[in-house]
Design a protein around this ligand. Structure first.
Ligand SMILES: C[S@@+](CC[C@H](N)C(=O)[O-])C[C@H]1O[C@@H](n2cnc3c(N)ncnc32)[C@H](O)[C@@H]1O
Length: 334
């Protein structure tokens, strides 16, 4: 573990999230926080531009096109969020690399100033970081950064991400940690991540741990999924379950894509389940719309095949089966 806020911060995360995830809230937290006013977790996609071509990501095939979130739309979303109970998490990523939005750190600073979320988090590939930008990242007040390094060997990085830049990314992560520690700051928390699947050997995962343990604040290993069947040539290694139960994520989280389209899930790379448009509706309206209630009802009624993206998904597994509790909360789906 590094010199960051590891123990205290981890304790806070562990109180609300299923171990090993920042997406799945614990059942006890869900029961305490969900409400009809506003989601508890918001995923905002500043942009779906990306500087990598990962073989396990379907981003380039999405019908929404590539673009940047408009500043006015962004501030309207944050201004609205600031009127409701503090978000547990504001995630600043979805299908692209958020640092490619020219105003990304301004977005973070705005959300911080408005005090909208307990934790502001981003997944990033850290490729575009410059020395100056790293100081700005620290100054922005962002709480939590997951760097998707996804490799310990240059050959794996190049093969999966399309560019020969592992050493550059590693240098950037080390430098950010060094800068933070030199300034004696506790934030941002910096996690490095690798995905365990057939194309990454056990030896490489061990090398990843050996390289980062004691340096990054946390070393994370996740499974791989197929983005609802969009990626054909990977053997899914994410969670699995013998029985199927409703995905509770859509009871507490909402996703706003760069173009304002609202979806219930960040796995929904091709905006298949549109539940509203933040350019036309408030998030409160979307959160109570017929469209979102229909999608939740399909879950309660076990009609999982109604949406292709939900059919083969496994992200819901970690939370557990809350069917009987959710059924009593009929205002969310009727
Ligand atoms: C789509 S990326 C976007 C954010 C950012 N550009 C990044 O690289 O972290 C979000 C996360 O999804 C992960 N990811 C991509 N394809 C995946 C898959 N098939 N299964 C599981 N995670 C995946 C990436 O490693 C990354 O951590």
């Amino acid at each position: 573990m590094g010199r960051g806020p590891t123990k205290k911060y981890h304790k806070a995360l562990n109180a609300d999230y299923v171990k090993g995830t920042l997406t799945c809230l614990k059942a006890s937290t869900i029961k305490r926080v969900i409400n009809n006013d506003f989601p508890n977790v918001l995923n905002i996609e500043p942009t779906n531009r990306c500087n990598l071509k990962c073989v396990y990501c379907p981003r380039t095939r999405a019908s929404k096109g590539v673009g940047l979130m408009d500043w006015k739309l962004y501030t309207r979303i944050i201004d609205e969020a600031s009127k409701y109970k503090k978000l547990l998490m504001l995630n600043f990523h979805k299908d692209g690399e958020s640092f490619l939005h020219p105003r990304f750190l301004e977005m973070v600073r705005y959300a911080k100033k408005k005090n909208v979320a307990k934790t502001i988090h981003i997944n990033t590939n850290a490729l575009s970081w410059t020395d100056k930008l790293m100081d700005e990242i620290i100054d922005s007040g962002i709480d939590d950064i997951t760097v998707s390094i996804d490799a310990a060997r240059a050959t794996t990085f190049k093969k999966h991400k399309g560019v020969n830049c592992l050493s550059k990314v590693e240098r950037n992560v080390r430098l950010l940690l060094e800068k933070r520690d030199k300034r004696g700051l506790h934030k941002p928390f910096i996690r490095v991540k690798i995905m365990e699947f057939a194309e990454v050997s056990k030896d490489e995962i061990a090398e990843f741990f050996a390289r980062w343990e004691g340096i990054a604040d946390f070393v994370q290993v996740t499974g791989i999924h197929s983005w609802g069947g969009a990626i054909k040539n990977v053997k899914v290694t994410d969670e699995n379950s013998q029985s199927r139960y409703p995905c509770v994520i859509m009871w507490y989280a909402l996703v706003i894509n760069w173009n304002g389209e609202a979806t219930v899930c960040s796995v929904d790379w091709n905006t298949e389940i549109k539940v509203g448009d933040a350019k036309k509706n408030t998030l409160h309206e979307i959160w109570n719309s017929k469209a979102i209630k229909d999608v939740r009802r399909y879950q309660i009624e076990k009609e999982y095949d109604n949406h292709k993206i939900c059919r083969d998904c496994v992200v819901w597994v970690s939370i557990g089966d809350l069917t009987s509790w959710l059924t009593k909360k009929s205002e969310f789906y009727e």
